[in-house]
Design a protein around this ligand. Sequence first.
Ligand code: ATP
Length: 236
Amino acid sequence: PDTPPVARLSGAGVRRGHIEALRRITLTLGPGETVALMGRNGAGKSTLLSALVGLVRPSEGTVRVGDAVPHRAKPRDLIRRVGLVPQEPRDLLHADTVAAECAAADRDAGAAPGTCRALVSDLLPGIADSTHPRDLSEGQRLVLALAVVLAARPPLLLLDEPTRGLDYAAKARLLTVLRALAADGHTIVLATHDVELAAELAHRVLILADGESVADGPAAEVVVASPSFAPQVAKV
Ligand code: ATP
């Protein structure tokens, strides 16, 4: 029997000011599926993630992830409820130390104490408990945010440019972790300019241009050939 989707956008559009940041997007995310969103700056990738989380509401069509979005929820709660690791995790991280951040994440999520900290240790070996999140590098902060989000066992894992600011070793560790999460059944959406990341992890690639879907297919068939990500669809 068909398993129900984890999330679905049907003809979804989002207006931001005078701009139609997203138009007529239909996308179904199945259990265990990894989808990469690609496209130029301003194409609408982050907006699509925000729509899935409920941070922006569709002006047309529908966006559905689990139960209806609670009315007047705080951004931080929405982010953790659906599972977004934002590009700048300011909205998510609030404690003074890595240990406190993780303790709060476990507590808020009802996770076993040490859940978040163990994830951080796997991803960032050598980070001290007493480190202030502000003193982490961009890439390290992203990894901390990932651990905080995962502690809440969200239905989705939405990552906005997760390899930005990561050095080679950190990126390799992140790839290993994401691959394991995918194998574990997590549904993952990556908004990324990183062709290597998309090729390595995504089952499907959706290419956005000016808010519209211009290519959608198996990663092996949607070839992002141009450095400016002009979409080219080719059968390989
Ligand atoms: P990038 O690769 O640079 O992150 P993106 O593909 O994620 O880009 P979005 O950030 O979703 O693109 O932006 C889509 C469109 O919506 C752009 O035209 C952008 O200027 C606009 N936009 C994004 N956020 C806002 C906002 N808060 N208010 C008004 N317009 C916005």
